[in-house]
Design a protein around this ligand. Structure first.
Ligand SMILES: NC(=O)c1ccc[n+]([C@@H]2O[C@H](COP(=O)([O-])OP(=O)(O)OC[C@H]3O[C@@H](n4cnc5c(N)ncnc54)[C@H](OP(=O)(O)O)[C@@H]3O)[C@@H](O)[C@H]2O)c1
Length: 267
């Protein structure tokens, strides 16, 4: 008897890291994909271009009924779920004084609450399908905060804290929970325009394909955590070991080069 297909669901699959992840996962024979984001036409295009079966669902994950809609879609097309990649996310820059609690709230709604709510809805299916996995796409900004990215960082710090606990809780149930922490990756929502301008700062950029490879290492591969590019782990270590020095660096001249963690984007 042939083994059942491996079902992988990727949120935020209409562009950037999510689309690259769908393409990477589709290289594994026997995988079937479920693609989720708001722009259905892009998901349909991607699904049609993949070498494995893929269904898609256009959904705004911040809506109250989104988790139920996603679960109903998965149950309608598949009887199992082997991998959930919580990737959908966004950033809107601005200091706290300028953008206030409203900006914190919209980051938390998408980058944290929506991830928690979708995971809650799909966890029973993941447990029934164990061994299975969840990969949360966090950020290096979830380890190191910079000026004008406080709301984005808050949502990713929260995601990382929650992911660590979920990893410990779900291991006995056969659900591996890991995360990927990208650095600066030029994409539609995070164009990193200033960093792309100069040869020197271009060196610190990564690609969506590198992040997709890391997601593959954490999800199907069983790793717990991956920075992309790997050298960004040093920034996280420096923040813990030398907080004063880190703040001096980020508050000085270097900061103006390194600001665009979360950029203005369309809604
Ligand atoms: N690029 C970077 O430098 C970087 C660095 C660290 C972490 N990250 C994280 O990586 C993840 C992917 O970002 P990206 O760089 O690939 O950006 P991106 O190209 O803008 O992709 C974001 C994805 O999220 C989806 N999305 C946004 N709001 C949504 C909503 N309300 N409901 C459902 N889907 C929604 C978007 O699709 P629709 O517009 O079609 O809904 C899109 O597919 C995010 O979690 C981001 O925080 C990125």
């Amino acid at each position: 008897m042939s083994s059942p297909a491996k079902i992988a669901l990727v949120t935020g699959a209409s562009s950037g890291i999510g689309a690259a992840t769908a393409r990477r996962l589709a290289r594994d024979p026997g995988t079937e994909l479920v693609l989720v984001a708001r722009r259905g036409e892009l998901l349909a295009e991607l699904a049609a271009s993949l070498p494995v079966p893929a269904t898609w669902l256009a959904a705004d994950l911040t809506r109250a009924d989104a988790p139920q809609l996603v679960r109903a879609h998965v149950e309608q097309h598949h009887d199992r779920l082997d991998l959930l990649v919580n990737n959908a996310g966004a950033g809107w820059r601005g200091s706290f004084a300028e953008t206030g609690w409203a900006n914190v709230q919209r980051h938390m709604e998408l980058n944290f609450d929506a991830v928690v709510r979708l995971t809650e809805e799909l966890l029973p299916l993941l447990r029934r399908s164990a061994p299975s996995a969840i990969v949360n796409v966090a950020s290096t900004a979830g380890r190191v905060s910079r000026a004008k990215s406080g709301a984005y960082s808050a949502s990713k710090f929260a995601l990382i804290g929650w992911t660590d606990a979920l990893n410990l809780e779900e291991a006995p149930h056969g659900v591996h929970v890991g995360m990927v922490l990208p650095g600066f990756i030029p994409t539609e929502g995070f164009p990193q325009a200033e960093l792309r301008e100069k040869a020197l700062t271009r060196l610190i950029l990564g690609t969506p394909e590198q992040v997709a490879e890391a997601i593959h290492e954490v999800g199907p591969g069983g790793k717990t955590e991956r920075y992309v590019p790997r050298k960004y782990a040093l920034a996280a270590q420096l923040r813990v070991l030398a907080p004063g020095l880190t703040r001096r660096v980020l508050g000085g001249g270097a900061a103006s080069t390194l600001v665009p963690a979360a950029s203005e984007r369309r809604d």
